[in-house]
Every structure is written in C-alpha cells, then in structure tokens.
Design a protein around this ligand. Structure first.
Ligand SMILES: Nc1nc2c(ncn2[C@@H]2O[C@H](COP(=O)(O)OP(=O)(O)OP(=O)(O)O)[C@@H](O)[C@H]2O)c(=O)[nH]1
Ligand SMILES: [Mg+2]
Length: 443
C-alpha cells in the first residue's frame, strides 16, 4: 500500500484543490447512505477514518471499520477511486454506511476532522467539469437525470450525458473555424489571387445559421418534456371541466358540483403519458358578471390558458355557443361536453364524463400532440441556457457580412465564443454558479 505521503505528492502534482465531503444519497428513511469525498486529501483522510483501507486497490469495494477520534463507528463498505479515473478526476472515495442520521453525521464529522469540508451543491460535478471529465452540457444532463421523473426526461438526460449534443455543437464550431479561416485567408492573400467567393462564404454561413436556429428551436420541446406538457381545461361555468379533469387524472382531485362557479382556483395534476409528464390544469369557468372571488378565479384561468401547450375548450351540449378567449386561439381543441344530454353531429370531439364516451379520443388527441413533440426533436431538445447561447451564435453569424471581410471574421469568432460558452469551454463563474445551483448536495 502506498503511504499517505507518497500519495499526497502525486495529488499535489496533479494540482488538487481542497477536499470535499457530502452524503450522495438522499437523506431520509432508507437502509444505506453513500458518503462521497473528492480532493487531494482523500488518501490522507482514508488513513484516519478507515485506516484498514487499501486506497491504491481502487475501484474495489472493501469492508473496513470506519472510525472517529472516539473509536469505531461502524463497519462500512468503502470504494476508493484513485485519480484520474474517478467521476471528478480527483482522488475520490465512497463510504457506504447504514442510513442512521446520527451515524451519517458522525462519519461526515470524522471526515471533516481529518481535513475535508462540506461540499456545496453540485460541487462534485463542477470539479468534473473543471477537470475536463464532463463539459457543461453533459453536466446539465447529470442534473436532468437526477430530476427525471418520466422516460423521456431520462432519455434526454442520457443523450446529453453521452456527449452527442456537445458533438453537434462542436461540429458547428468546427465549420465556423473553417469559415473564419477562409475569410481571413481571402483577406491576406487576395493580392496573390487566392479568392474565396462571397457566394461560397455566404452559403456556408447560412447553412451554419440554419443549423444553429434548428437546434435552438428545440427549446420548446425541451420545455414540454422537462416541465411537462400543460393541458388546460377551460370553458364556461358548469361545462363539466372538473368532472373531465377528474376522469383524465383518474381520481377525484377537483370538487364537482351542480352550481356554476364551483372551481375558483387553478388545480393541477400530473399524469405520465407515453413517458411524458402531462400536467392537466382545471380552471374556473369563464363568464362575465361574476363576483370578486370568481373574478380572480377567472383571471387565474386565463393565465393558465396562456401558459398551456394545449387548451381543451369545453362547450356543453345542452348550453352551447361559448367561444374561447382570443389569446388561446391556435392551441384550442374544441370539445363538446355533456354529450349524453344532447345528440349532435358536431365536428370536434364529443365527450361525456358520465358515460365515458369520447374520453379515449381526448387522450388520443393528447398522445398525438406528444408524438409531434417527441418526434420532432431527433434526440436533441435544448434547455433555455443552451438555446440562448445558440441563438446568440446564430445572430452574430447572421450579422457577419462576408463582403466586409475584416469585420466578418471578427463576427464569426464571436459566434464561436458564444458556442464555447454553451459547452463550457469558456465560462464565467456566474454561468457556472447558475448551472450548479440546480444540483443537489453530493452530486
Ligand atoms: N349529464 C352530464 N352531466 C355532467 C357531465 N359532466 C359533468 N356533469 C355535471 O355538471 C355539473 C358541473 O360539473 P363540474 O365538473 O363541476 O363543472 P365545471 O365546469 O367544473 O364547473 P365550474 O367549476 O363551476 O365552472 C355537475 O353536476 C356534474 O355532475 C357529463 O358528461 N354529463
Ligand atoms: Mg370546476
């Protein structure tokens, strides 16, 4: 076994920072907790907290006593990950102990006493980025995977982590490099008769702009998959909105009553459909001349409509002729509700929450919408941060007038920097702080 001092040297040479510790599994009721450490002092800390561990026999779980100054706390499973073959690229170690809150706290305190400090949220992944183990897009994938609650959320996260998104961004950057180089070359060698035509440069510029715009446009699908597809149920009072809402979510979530104006607030429930979270939103009936509480409900209903990807507008069969507010037009699926009360041949969907008629057709319509979202993205659905960077790059490139070579080359280089910021090749502390603020401690 290497001595602590020899290992310390290798860590110093690899430029280690201070050493951090945190529980990596959720705190709460559970059988086991994993406590994670990363940094140059990990081998030294191991020498104090679990002296029987053979740190250099890495990537192998070892059952060893875990100690603090007072003696043995428990026997735990410890896995060392010598640098650079670890998640962060630094010396790491994972200690698995029983999930007793007292015990976990005692092990953390023992690690602190031996030289570690508590990790900030996302600090392990931040170190992985700093050490080139992951780029920023992949790090965001890690965050998304931890948060994933549906199959599609997990799938997008996995593809982000795999690096295929970053490859697409970097490929575009490569095309920009070539473009900038040709613009500059044509500037330097014009007298020698080496001419790259404006047309050729423009065509290449436009192709990259188009690709950037296309990627940026996937942000809508990204939002729908990450935050759920919002389906608002709207219509006049008493249209059967809450009854349909309850039927769609499969439980009695909202109050149903024969009085008009029963629902005052916005009620939401999420259902997993085709691996996508669908957030059904029940709203207050929209009418004029309502009392002040109901007025507020109506304001909220309209706001819910604004934020919805799809609006089911319910027009009851026995009292038809109500039209949706203008602002939701284009997202409306017209539904005749209470279809059991009056037969009809209207074109739109007809449902009766009482007989069950037409319910499956409503769900089918939403499935179709999901299909159009997931089918249109070919594996990439960027987040708002990435979209903003891609748009900035596209705008800079669009403004590059190749006829004015000196300025054009500079615009292209600025566009490249915007892309570098997306993947985290260059990033300010502000950007990093923002990305990692969304992480949990221990990741
Ligand atoms: N016949 C029939 N009655 C229905 C149907 N759906 C709802 N109702 C009845 O219509 C009344 C109003 O239903 P709700 O679901 O509370 O209607 P709402 O649109 O949420 O009403 P508000 O919240 O007041 O705007 C209740 O008495 C329901 O039982 C249906 O499909 N057929
Ligand atoms: Mg209601």
């Amino acid at each position: 076994m290497a001595t602590a001092s020899s290992r310390r040297w290798s860590s110093v040479l690899s430029g280690g920072d201070d050493t951090v510790v945190a529980p990596a599994s959720g705190v709460g009721i559970g059988a086991l907790t994993v406590i994670r450490l990363s940094g140059e002092k990990v081998p030294v800390i191991a020498g104090t907290v679990c002296p029987d561990l053979d740190f250099d026999a890495g990537w192998r779980a070892q059952l060893v006593p875990i100690r603090d100054a007072g003696g043995v706390l428990e026997r735990g499973v410890v896995t060392p990950y010598p640098a650079p073959r670890s998640y962060t690229g630094e010396d790491m170690m994972e200690i698995t102990v029983h999930a007793s809150p007292w015990l976990v706290e005692a092990v953390l305190a023992a690690c602190e006493a031996a030289g570690a400090r508590r990790a900030a949220p996302g600090e392990f992944t931040r170190r992985a980025v700093a050490n080139g183990k992951l780029d920023l897009v992949q790090a965001e994938g890690v965050r998304d995977l931890i948060r994933a609650e549906t199959a599609w959320q997990a799938r997008l996260a996995r593809e982000q982590i795999s690096g295929t998104w970053s490859e697409q961004f970097i490929d575009l950057r490569r095309r920009m490099t070539a473009l900038a180089a040709d613009i500059e070359a044509s500037l330097d060698f014009e007298e020698q008769g080496i001419v790259v035509s404006d047309d050729d440069l423009m065509r290449r510029r436009d192709a990259v702009v188009e690709a950037l715009d296309g990627l940026a446009a996937t942000v809508d699908a990204g939002r729908e998959i990450r935050h759920g597809l919002r389906v608002a149920i709207m219509g006049p009072p008493n249209a059967g909105k809450s009854t349909l809402f309850n039927a769609l979510v499969g439980r009695d979530r909202a109050i149903v009553a024969p009085e008009a104006g029963t629902t005052r607030d916005v009620v939401e429930a999420t259902v997993d459909l085709e691996g996508v979270a669908v957030v059904y939103v029940d709203t207050a009936g929209i009418r004029t001349g309502a009392g002040s509480i109901e007025e507020e409900g109506i304001r909220r209903a309209r706001r819910a409509g604004d934020g919805a990807d799809m609006v089911l507008w319910l027009d009851p069969a026995d009292d038809s002729g109500h039209h949706p507010p203008e602002e939701v037009e284009g997202r409306v699926v017209a539904v005749t509700s209470k279809a059991d009360l009056r037969a009809g041949t209207d074109e739109g969907l007809r449902v009766s929450a009482h007989t069950g008629e037409g319910l499956e057709a409503v769900v089918e319509r939403i499935r179709g919408f999901i299909g159009s979202v997931t089918g249109g993205i070919a594996g990439v659905a960027v987040n708002p941060r990435q979209a903003a960077g891609l748009r900035r790059a596209a705008d800079l490139l669009r403004s590059a007038d190749v006829a004015v070579r000196e300025i054009a080359a500079d615009d292209v280089r600025q566009a490249m920097t915007a892309l570098d910021e997306v993947v985290g090749r260059v990033s300010s502390d502000d950007v990093l702080d923002q990305v990692f603020a969304g992480f949990c401690i221990g990741k």
